[in-house]
Design a protein around this ligand. Structure first.
Ligand SMILES: [Zn+2]
Length: 452
């Protein structure tokens, strides 16, 4: 079995080297000029948005749509695959055997749980490897979104596995400890512990986890750094540094993010953004990230997660009792405190997550839209915003139906974002033309040169 997988990896690695990367027909923002329909004195918002969207070549648009819509199906296939594996582990009593093995290794209960978790994680990762390789490497490469060699990608997957083994192991051990000690109220305490884990991971993420995958450096280019810090100060953010991440290691995707809290906050922009955009586009992107910070999105996310965790653990308590009463004996599971129940818990979690997909996406998308509005207002660069939104169409469908956007989009679509930008522009035509804006003021200096 293992040799079969090794052979598969070698074959995939060999064929991926021969796989030609599709040419990038998507324009970089620096090459996009504002369409005439977005420059008229009395701006027609819809006409301006349509003119922007028409700048993307039909072939590039079609490819981006196919890529993104394929992601809808992957949600379903991943769910079904996970369900089949979980049911197989339970029905063959393989899960019970893994528990027995963990109990033979050590007599300490918490270590037994941890060992079971390691067995489970390794097994799941191995069985799911072909799917992971297709989704994470092949498919990305097929659409020209992957810069990594197979070896580099695979070694990063291994780092992810180790992180998952440690953090996941700690969480699972803590949760089973709670279930065994508090058989009645475990679902409430389980929610609380999950929230604590979330908070800890947000806290340590930017400092300990992210640097395992990418290099973070302080941005040195003063022509970009100074305007960003000015924008931050103007919006009440006491930032003294901007961080740059070498995201080009993985892909050409343009991105930025704000991470951490309680002292580990940082605003990070990626090197693709620096390379492919000018200050006109960087300013609204950074304004967007500052919006997340000023609007306290991290705290709101934690609150949302807390409510959802309570809902999930409530569902888990009910559905575990129901399922174990029927099939627990057949699966040789002793009760909810038995680690052999884990595949069932994961199955129920994936059912919950599958059903909640539109809710979670809509929560995130609403925050992203707020951040967009903040970014446009702060930077006063509606055209820069529109150009970056077009570039994001490389990996996100630009013009979906409204229902599609509600169900599948965790960020607003290109049309929604450009509409917000053009609406702002239409309402600010006079002041945008008469006064230099926050983002464009320093652009009197030459635009930043591409960084290697
Ligand atoms: Zn965002």
């Amino acid at each position: 079995m293992r040799r079969l997988f090794l052979l598969l990896i070698v074959l995939l690695a060999a064929s991926s080297a021969a796989f030609s990367q599709t040419t990038k027909a998507f324009p970089s923002a620096a090459d996009i000029s504002t369409p005439p329909a977005a420059q008229t004195r009395h701006l027609d918002v819809k006409a301006a948005v349509d003119a922007y969207l028409a700048l993307v070549p039909a072939e590039a648009r079609a490819r981006s749509n196919t890529y993104f819509e394929g992601g809808y199906w992957l949600i379903l296939w991943d769910f079904l695959f996970g369900a089949v594996v979980a049911l197989a582990l339970l029905n063959t009593t393989f899960s019970a055997h893994m528990r027995d093995l963990a109990e033979r290794i050590t007599r300490f209960r918490f270590l037994q749980t941890f060992f079971y978790w390691i067995e489970y994680l390794l097994l799941i990762s191995l069985v799911g490897l072909p799917l992971t390789i297709y989704e994470g490497f092949f498919r990305e490469r097929q659409y020209g979104l992957m810069n990594q060699s197979f070896g580099d990608w695979f070694s990063q997957q291994m780092i992810g596995l180790v992180v998952g083994a440690i953090l996941g192991g700690l969480l699972v051990t803590a949760l089973f400890g709670i279930v065994r000690r508090l058989p009645r109220t475990w679902w409430i305490w389980g929610s609380a512990v999950s929230v604590v884990f979330l908070v800890i991971s947000i806290l340590i993420g930017p400092v300990f986890i992210s640097p395992l995958f990418n290099k973070y450096t302080k941005l040195k280019d003063e022509r970009v750094r100074q305007p960003i810090l000015a924008l931050a100060r103007a919006n009440g953010i006491p930032a003294t540094d901007v961080w740059e991440v070498d995201a080009s290691r993985q892909s050409n995707r343009v991105s930025a993010n704000v991470s951490g809290f309680l002292g580990t906050e940082r605003i990070t922009l990626n090197d693709n953004l620096l390379r492919r955009c000018s200050l006109e586009e960087i300013a609204p992107v950074m304004g967007h990230e500052m919006g997340h910070y000023v609007l306290n999105h991290i705290f709101k996310d934690i609150l949302f997660f807390t409510l959802e965790a309570l809902l999930f653990f409530g569902f888990l308590r009910w559905s575990l009792e129901w399922t174990l009463a029927r099939w627990g004996a057949k699966w040789q599971i002793r009760g909810i405190g038995d680690t052999a129940v884990l595949p069932l818990v994961m199955l129920l979690a994936s059912v919950f997550g599958f059903v909640m997909t539109p809710v979670n996406n809509s929560w995130t998308r609403a925050q992203e839209y707020e951040a967009d509005l903040f970014g446009i207002n702060a930077s006063r660069q509606p055209d820069g915003e529109a150009k970056v939104d077009l570039m994001l169409g490389e990996y996100r469908k630009l013009d979906p139906s409204p229902l599609e956007e509600i169900i599948f989009f965790d960020h607003p679509s290109g049309r929604t974002r450009i509409t917000a930008a053009m609406r702002y522009k239409a309402e600010h035509m006079d002041d945008l033309q008469n006064a230099p804006s926050a983002g464009s003021a320093p652009a009197a200096q030459p635009a930043p040169q591409p960084t290697p």
